[in-house]
Design a protein around this ligand. Sequence first.
Ligand code: C5P
Length: 219
Amino acid sequence: MIVTIDGPAGAGKSSVARKLAKELGYHFLDTGAMYRCVTLACLERGIPLGEPDKVADEAQRLKIELLDDEVFLDGKNVSEEIRTPRVTKAIKQVADNLKVRAAMVQSQRQWIQGKDAVTEGRDQGTIAFPDAPCKIFLTASPAERARRRVLQLLNAGIDADFDEILRLQEERDKNDMERETGGLRPAPNALTVQTDGMDESQVLQKLLEIVRSRVQTNP
Ligand code: C5P
């Protein structure tokens, strides 16, 4: 069984997809972490993001290992570094790079072979796994997503301004939706789950119901 979960930044996909995989006893693939690793490697190694062929060569050379909650890049634990604003700000050029996207999709398909898995990103149901039997588009309104992000930062002791978070989020949404290849959109046969007003455990229950009913129809 392959469960794809796509959706915009801040919809809570990573956290709930990880928990869903755990509940089901499936593997979990965080594809955003892969684009983040390529971006971090280029920034650290002085590879200009504006030179698509060099970035793509680097992407093909890299060894990215996604283990439970940790991410390793060429053997180094980069789980925290890949989530810094420096990486998030620079990621657009990497995610827009068609050769990088092709390499990432190829390794996602290799990784998933022979596994039951939950895979999460922007293009998992549309491009990477168009034949997946269970596709979910997880979303929430921009204001709800920004509000959750502010709370998350405040809980981590970091000051956060709602308007600024909303502005950055709109920028990312625009970049992700306007990307011609691998852009953010629901697959035609995806089930959209709108999570405004739901807490994480309610979202998890909803996703479990969806997957279990699909497993019954696709034994
Ligand atoms: O999911 P996360 O926020 O970590 O993803 C970081 C960025 O990587 C996204 O904003 C998007 O530009 C890119 N991405 C992508 N395709 C995916 C997953 C992530 O283009 N499958």
